[in-house]
Design a protein around this ligand. Structure first.
Ligand SMILES: [Zn+2]
Length: 205
C-alpha cells in the first residue's frame, strides 16, 4: 500500500476585531492569525508540529497581512470617540468633587456627553465613571488631550465648570478640581481661570 505523507502550514484564527488597514486606508475587520506546520497523511493534517512564522494580522477586505504592531494605530472609530470620552471623564471628575446625586447636574452631564457623540451614555455609565480610580482617569485625560485642539479642551473645561455651578457657586473643592482637570487637559493657568470666569458669569446672569 502506498502511503502519502508530508507537511503543510495550517492557519488558525486566534482573534478578531476592527483595525485601521494601511492598504484600505480605513477601518476594517481583521483576523489575528498564526500558522502551524502539520504532518499530513494522505494530505490530511494529523500531527501539529512547530509554529510557522510569527502571529500576524490579516485584513478581511484586502487580505493584506501585517505585523501585530498595526493594531496600535487608532481606528477612525477610536478617534471619533475621543471628544465624548474626554468630556465625560473631565465632567465626572468635577462632579464627584461636589454633589454627585444632584438630578439637574446628572441630567445635564448625560445630555452634554450625548451631544459630544456618545449616544449610548446614560446615568449608569455615569455612575461607573464616578468611581473610577483618580490615577487612571488622569492618565486617560492626559493621553486624549493631545489629540484635540485647545479650543475643544477649553470648551470641555467650561462645560465641566457649568455642571459644577448647577447646584450653586463653586466650592473650594470644585474649584481645585477644575484647576486640576484643566492642567490635565494641558491648559495654562491663564486659560483655566478665564474659562472658569466665563462659566461663572454665565451662571450668574
Ligand atoms: Zn485592507
Amino acid at each position: 500500500m502506498l502511503i502519502i505523507f508530508g507537511w503543510r502550514v495550517v492557519f488558525f484564527t486566534i482573534g478578531k476585531g476592527l483595525f485601521h488597514c494601511p492598504s484600505c486606508g480605513g477601518d476594517r475587520e481583521y483576523r489575528r492569525r498564526q500558522g502551524r506546520r502539520f504532518f499530513t497523511l494522505f494530505f490530511i493534517p494529523v500531527i501539529p508540529l512547530t509554529k510557522a512564522g510569527p502571529e500576524f494580522v490579516e485584513c478581511d477586505t484586502c487580505h493584506g497581512r501585517y505585523s501585530l504592531s498595526v493594531l496600535s494605530l487608532p481606528t477612525a472609530a477610536d478617534l471619533a470617540a475621543v471628544p465624548a470620552r474626554l468630556l465625560r471623564t473631565a465632567i465626572s471628575q468635577v462632579l464627584r468633587s461636589g454633589d454627585v446625586t444632584h438630578t439637574g447636574a446628572r441630567e445635564r452631564t448625560v445630555a452634554l456627553v450625548r451631544a459630544a457623540g456618545d449616544g449610548s451614555y446614560d446615568e449608569s455609565v455615569l455612575d461607573a465613571d464616578l468611581v473610577r480610580p483618580f490615577d487612571e482617569v488622569r492618565q486617560e485625560i492626559g493621553r486624549s488631550s493631545a489629540q484635540l485642539a485647545p479650543e475643544a479642551r477649553e470648551r470641555f473645561l467650561q462645560q465641566a465648570a457649568e455642571i459644577a455651578l448647577i447646584d450653586g457657586p463653586l466650592t473650594f473643592s470644585e474649584r481645585e478640581t477644575l484647576a486640576a482637570v484643566g492642567a490635565d487637559l494641558t491648559l495654562t493657568h491663564v486659560q483655566i481661570n478665564a474659562v472658569i470666569e466665563i462659566a461663572e458669569r454665565a451662571a450668574a446672569s
